[in-house]
Design a protein around this ligand. Structure first.
Ligand code: GAR
Length: 187
């Protein structure tokens, strides 16, 4: 059995979708969810599916010991960021080289970098008059949104689209593709 650890900071709809996708799998499971926030939706979403979740402080995250111990306890093979809003620490990058992936809700290298997360990204896409947006799944390195791209998928952006409408299209792409990319990487 290959074990996935998900890092999420917010609502956790991707974390739930990935957990559901692998719930019947005999080779891959979401073993644990880690978050920097206590009062966010991701905990309920995964706990009700039988997956434990834990919260760590900013200091614990930067220092690394507590988080690394949890990842080891759950025999983590792959770390999946799903709406995780902290920069990944050096300790984690060192311990899991090539084993941390992220999903970004736009077509990188456009509309990425510090401060570009969630609705901010879709607002920037609409403000820039983009004709398309989409998702980028990439390896994580020491810079925000700069690791090697693994997969991209696109959706059209209409001149009349609001940021919320773009977000809905992008979320649909995330739900359709992220679990498959994880599955491929763990084959
Ligand atoms: C997702 O759209 C994800 O791509 C984005 O946050 C959202 C989280 O939604 N991530 C980033 O913006 C990272 N820069 P969710 O909590 O419902 O899965």
């Amino acid at each position: 059995m290959k074990n996935v650890a998900i890092f999420a900071s917010g609502s956790g709809t991707n974390a739930e979708n990935i957990t559901r996708y692998f719930s019947q799998s005999e080779s891959i499971k979401v073993a644990v969810v880690l978050s920097n926030n206590k009062n966010v939706g991701v905990h309920d979403r995964v706990n009700k599916l039988g997956v434990p979740s834990f919260v760590f402080s900013r200091e614990e995250f930067v220092e690394g010991t507590v988080v690394l111990a949890k990842l080891a306890e759950y025999r983590t093979d792959l770390i999946v960021l799903a709406g995780f809003m902290n920069k990944i620490s050096d300790a984690l990058l060192k311990a899991y080289p090539g084993k941390i992936i992220n999903i970004h809700p736009a077509l990188l290298p456009k509309h990425g970098g510090k401060g570009m997360y969630g609705m901010h990204v879709h607002e920037a896409v609409v403000a820039a008059g983009e004709k398309e947006s989409g998702i980028t799944i990439h390896y994580v390195n020491e810079n925000y949104d700069e690791g090697t791209t693994i997969f991209q998928a696109k959706c059209p952006v209409l001149p009349t689209d609001t940021p919320e409408e773009v977000a809905a299209k992008v979320h649909a792409l995330e739900y359709a593709h992220y679990p498959h990319v994880i599955e491929e990487l763990l084959k």
